[in-house]
Design a protein around this ligand. Structure first.
Ligand SMILES: *Cc1c(COP(=O)(O)O)cnc(C)c1O
Length: 386
């Protein structure tokens, strides 16, 4: 072997006695094969096997298996973002002529996908009232193929009656999917409640540090998993093993982070409600319309809630935001830092909503000292009240 060849052929070394707790980052585009036959038959490899880096390396397989275990599922796919995960679910099961029912409180880019991508390609869509429960029966159509839920909903925090919806969907032969980003599989396990596609934006709590983008979809059915993987392959969707490694690392502390932010958010939300800063939207509050269902189906709360800003306080919002010391102004939640984001559902909601014309402050509780957060919020709401 000459020098240039030695430079590219890595010597085999012993790994005997080497054991570490972290998951190795296996980077690859090219996968090589031990012999000609293995290469020729590579397309027959199991979907859990290896044929090209785009379809995953052992690093991705560890995350898929870990999520599958948390979700009580059979298989999981991972996507470059939460929105990509939603898009791949919809594209994997909808064809021209089909109809999809979407919760009116869904993450707004889902409505954009329906209106601007699916509809021009002959796939019909309509929204349903998040509190509809068994009333879903009245709005499904003969060609409804998928019901897409989100509970609690982005910003407005309504809880959906998932078991009631999936029972009817199963009877009618309709698939169901849910965006479970707020709860993560630690606080709600959609597949246990009859949902076919359990999706989460791992950008939020699993990543947990505001520095990566990823999504996942877990299923209990090998055919659905194959359709997801086929769609991903055709669209060229894969994730970087480096980002996967960060998610695996973030997930090690997810349970303690969630327990902490859920407790602090619960306390702060209740304090803000009794202070009367405006309606507080959080399913863990007894005043929340979805509270009973949340208590029945969820094992806890995460750290995201909303406060509806009274119209009379709107003029002072910018000054109050600029006075924040610990809360950052930002929308993508689920990390270690506390955030406030002024949101509006005016353009994303298709149906009437009591707070459609209001600014809704979305609050993400991070892992700072709760006393600093209380002090900051006290100053903020005092400034808002004028
Ligand atoms: C952030 C978020 C998404 C999208 O995730 P990205 O990784 O940002 O694409 C989807 N649904 C919910 C509820 C989210 O909060």
């Amino acid at each position: 072997m000459r020098d240039a060849t030695k430079s590219v052929h890595h010597p085999k070394i012993s790994e005997e006695g080497y054991a570490a707790l972290g998951v190795p980052t296996h980077r690859a585009s090219t996968i090589v094969f031990p012999d000609a036959e293995a290469y020729a038959t590579r397309s027959q490899r199991d979907l859990d096997g290896y044929s090209y880096g785009l379809h995953g390396t052992p690093t991705q397989r560890v995350l898929e298996a870990q999520l599958t275990a948390l979700e009580n599922g059979l298989k999981t796919v991972i996507l470059p973002s939460g929105q990509a995960a939603i898009a791949v679910v919809l594209l994997s099961c909808l064809k021209p002529g089909d109809h999809v029912l979407v919760a009116d409180n869904a993450y707004p880019p889902v409505i954009g996908l329906c209106r601007n991508f699916l509809e021009p390609r002959g796939i019909a869509w309509s929204v349903f009232e998040p509190g509809i429960g068994a009333g879903i029966e009245d709005v499904v159509r003969d060609n409804t193929r998928l019901i897409w839920m989100e509970s609690p909903g982005s910003t407005t925090m309504e809880i959906e009656d998932v078991p009631a919806i999936t029972a009817i969907a199963k009877r009618r032969g309709i698939l169901t999917g849910i965006d479970n980003t707020w709860a993560t599989p630690l606080l709600f396990k959609p597949l246990d409640h009859g949902v076919d596609f359990s999706m989460q934006a791992m950008t939020k709590y699993p990543g947990g540090h505001s520095d990566l983008l990823m999504g996942s979809v877990s299923v209990n059915d090998l055919e659905l998993r194959k359709a997801l993987r086929d769609t991903m392959r055709m669209l060229g969707f894969g994730v970087s093993p480096d980002a996967v490694q960060l998610v695996l690392r973030g997930m090690e502390t997810m349970a303690v982070r969630l327990a902490h932010v859920g407790r602090v958010a619960g306390e702060i939300a209740a304090e803000l409600e009794s202070r009367g800063v405006g309606p507080v939207l959080f399913p863990a509050l007894a005043s929340s319309p979805g509270h009973a269902i949340w208590k029945r189906d969820f094992t806890g709360a995460s750290g995201l809630f909303s406060v509806v800003l009274p119209a009379a306080h709107e003029a002072r919002l910018d000054a109050a935001l600029n006075g924040l010391r610990y809360f950052a102004i930002g929308a993508s939640w689920g990390g270690t830092r506390s955030l406030i984001a002024p949101m509006s559902v005016k353009t994303s909601r298709q149906m009437p909503h009591p707070h459609k014309d209001r600014i809704i402050l979305r609050v993400n509780i991070g892992v700072e000292d709760p006393s600093d957060l209380r002090e900051d919020l006290d100053g903020f709401f005092t400034a808002l009240a004028g």
